[in-house]
Design a protein around this ligand. Structure first.
Ligand code: NOJ
Length: 745
């Protein structure tokens, strides 16, 4: 113990010493910098691809040379990055290195499932490994900083960026945020294979009205703190190096100039010390919002709120100097922002060796390794969710009778449109991902099924996801002599991501009608959905035999799909977002309040419901089937009455009664039935993934701490009350065992 204390002291001392060292170097550098050079460090300029609205690009090398650029974003060309860094360190007065930022959203050159799909794995170590690989590839390609993770909670499938987050739950979102940061930043930012993380979008971006991207957000402080901020807080505590402002207004104030969010909460309450970058021209957009008059006003308001670096818009370049001259900001405020930028560059090791991420050898050896594809395949399989499996039509087992399988649909064997991926695949250029690297469903399934004795036919029908009459008749004819049909439907990859909200969440392009044609001869149909958000498909749910949510699975789409459809890997994915029955139910989420008139039965008047729809979802949060039957014991509570400062301990035993091994995600929720304010019906507080071989029975323990039982009341106090609580454990949010416990004073 004594040695441990000594060791901890030494570690703390070393960390403090190195921080102090940077302080000295930073202050020395700051003392030499002119005002223009300081403002230059706060200016980030787009490189060779564009990921936002048009901005004026001056001659980049000249701007770097005159010290007016501190950072480049979205630049792919490796050799150009070397040239730019050379200009920055060799041809500027102070030789301050550039920092290169990039959107590494679901892989850099090896493309993994979209983040929402990864969240469906509920597998934190898998997610960490994916980020490790993505960071390794990006760092070997000269990037220093990724604009990830996006930790925005989203309850609205219309929002195109739902795909980039971890879904609707703040607890799951927080754990995933931490895992991503561990993967991106590793143990040490200075390491050649790590990047600085950027937690985005701070804050509220996922709650834009009507699901429209960039739209206004208005919410109570309680909802903000309870539903939106937890993953940001978890990320700040996990030492994320940077944050990014959101585009939206929050209760009228644009997030980039929101002092309450940045200075009071993030830097004040949470004590976070990192650097904040704007989103693409979000300082400039404060003027468009109507919350700032001009560049000077916008610069003053954003800097004073606590924001540091200006991405792409050039507002600080045009307005910050004037804002200082007019007395709207102080020199000390500018210096503080510059310090944060310089500190990040020091921490990344860029001052020691500005070319450490620009090593040609590493660029060749660390990108696109075969083992990354193995991880991508496993990730694809682990993120897919089985929603329906009537008569156990899946898995497709070995056959001796040459059964015929038809793989058909707009996403059976599609190439182009970034299908099976998303808009956010930028590592080899904006449009360069033409799906040639993707193993399509047909490419993966054909060999796997032929090896099991099936005869396989493939019919890629429907251009750009649209199933016209031609697609209908081709599919109908092809399905006639099939024994099993695998129908691949969903969304075009290019339509997934930023600025890609939709007003309809049904299957696009007439696909539902097309599915009906396929079913005319009553063949068993397995629907495989390639999607970036929850979609609605009530007819398919009622009439098709099996339904698989495959999301956009990335490079290993077909192989991952083959693994789960043949049972080589059991399904283990669980929905991180509720799937509604219809658009009118949106936003629909499991942790809703009860209302004073909860509807128990459809059609009951004077209850909170609809005349024309049930209130329950099509598939609830946390739902997903497997090929095994896992039984849950009743909950055993160690001590059913505890003090307010005590932790509750509870156990269940889960038993695999099936014949296949399974990874079961055991979920634990609580409800506080009577508090100062109404509390959600259920709140996820813990989950454990348990591996169960056939016949296994394993105990799972849950601890519910006072913090887990606490909530924000209407006076914005975080408190934990005595009283009765409900504890739920089960395989999803709607199917749970229940136990009661009491908390005394
Ligand atoms: C705008 C997006 O909102 C943000 O997430 C992204 O990192 C930047 N553009 C840079 O591409």
């Amino acid at each position: 113990m004594r040695y441990f204390i000594l060791f901890s002291l030494l570690v703390t001392l070393t960390i403090n010493l190195s921080a102090q060292n940077y302080d000295k170097q930073i202050e020395a550098l700051l003392a030499k910098m002119t005002l223009d050079e300081k403002i230059g460090q706060l200016h980030q300029v787009p490189g060779d691809i564009t990921t936002g609205t048009d901005v004026k690009k001056d001659n980049l090398l000249n701007s770097i040379r005159d010290g007016s650029v501190g950072s480049i974003l979205s630049h792919t060309n490796f050799d150009n990055k070397i040239t730019m860094q050379q200009v920055a360190v060799k041809e500027t007065r102070l030789g301050i290195p550039l920092i290169f930022g990039f959107d590494v959203i679901h892989g850099y050159k090896t493309i993994f499932p979209i983040p929402l799909a990864q969240a469906a794995s509920w597998n934190l170590s898998l997610i960490e490994q994916i980020e490790r690989v993505a960071a390794t590839e990006a760092a070997a390609d000269g990037q220093n900083w990724t604009f990830a993770p996006m930790v925005d909670i989203s309850r609205d499938p219309r929002w195109g960026r739902s795909m980039e987050g971890a879904g609707e739950d703040p607890y799951l979102g927080s754990r995933i945020a931490e895992a991503r940061i561990r993967g991106i930043q590793g143990r040490n930012l200075n390491d050649q294979a790590t990047l600085a993380a950027c937690v985005k979008h701070y804050a509220g971006y996922g709650f834009g009205e009507a699901g429209r991207d960039y739209n206004s957000v208005d919410m109570s402080e309680q909802r903000l703190r309870e539903m939106v901020l937890p993953p940001f807080k978890a990320a700040a505590k996990a030492d994320a190096a940077t944050f990014m402002n959101a585009f939206n207004t929050l209760n009228g104030t644009p997030a980039s100039m929101n002092k309450h969010l940045i200075t009071d909460i993030l830097r004040g309450e949470w004590g976070w010390k990192g650097m904040i970058v704007s989103d693409w021209n979000s300082f400039g957009e404060t003027i468009i919002h109507g919350a700032a008059e001009d560049d000077i006003d916008a610069s003053a308001k954003c800097l004073a709120a606590g924001s540091d670096m200006d991405m792409a818009g050039g507002t600080f370049q045009r307005g910050l100097k004037k804002a200082l001259e007019n007395g709207r900001v102080t020199q000390a405020q500018i210096d503080e922002a510059v310090r944060r930028v310089l500190r990040l560059k020091f921490e990344l090791g860029l001052f020691d060796d500005p070319f450490k991420y620009l090593n040609k050898e590493r660029n060749k050896s660390q990108i696109g390794k075969a083992e990354y594809r193995t991880l991508a395949r496993s990730a694809a399989a682990q993120s897919m969710v089985l929603l329906k499996n009537q008569n156990n039509i899946l898995p497709l087992k070995a056959t001796t009778t040459k059964k015929k399988v038809l793989i058909v649909g707009p996403y059976a064997d599609s190439r182009g449109n970034k299908d099976y991926m998303s808009f956010w695949t930028l590592g080899i250029g904006f449009r360069a991902y033409d799906s040639t690297q993707v193993v399509t469903p047909a490419q993966g399934l054909r060999p796997a099924l032929e090896a099991l004795g099936y005869e396989v036919k493939v019919a890629q029908v429907g251009k750009n996801g649209v199933c016209d009459v031609m697609a209908q008749s081709t599919a109908f004819e092809a399905a006639k002599d099939a024994d099993i049909v695998i129908a691949c439907v969903g969304e075009m990859g290019y339509n997934c991501g930023e600025s890609r909200s939709v007003a309809n969440i049904g299957l696009p392009g007439n696909q539902e009608e097309w599915l009906k044609t396929l079913k005319i001869n009553n063949k068993p149909v397995v629907m495989v959905l390639f999607n970036s958000r929850p979609l609605t498909f009530e007819w398919a749910s009622a009439n098709l035999d099996a339904i698989v949510v495959a999301w956009q699975p990335g490079y290993e789409t077909g192989n991952g799909l083959a693994d789960v459809l043949t049972g080589k890997t059991n399904f283990s994915g669980r929905l991180p977002m509720t799937f509604p029955r219809n658009l009118g139910q949106v936003p629909l989420y499991y942790n809703q309040l009860r209302t004073g008139r909860p509807q128990e039965k459809f059609g009951t008047l004077w209850t909170s419901g609809y005349l024309d729809s049930e209130v329950t979802p099509a598939y609830p949060f946390g739902f997903g089937l497997s090929y095994s039957t896992v039984e849950y014991s009743e909950i055993r509570i160690e001590k059913s009455t505890i003090g307010n400062a005590e932790t509750l301990t509870a156990f269940v035993t889960v038993s695999n009664k099936g014949t296949m091994a399974v990874d079961e995600t055991v979920q634990c929720y609580i409800n506080d039935p009577a508090a100062d304010v109404a509390r959600p019906l259920k709140e996820l507080k813990s989950f454990v993934r348990v591996h169960l071989e056939p016949g296994d029975a394993k105990p799972v323990q849950f601890n519910i701490t006072p913090e887990d039982r606490s909530y924000w009341n209407d006076a914005v106090q975080f408190k934990c009350d005595p009283g009765k609580f409900k504890l739920y454990v089960g395989p999803n949010s709607a199917n749970v065992k229940e136990a009661l416990f009491t908390v005394t004073k």
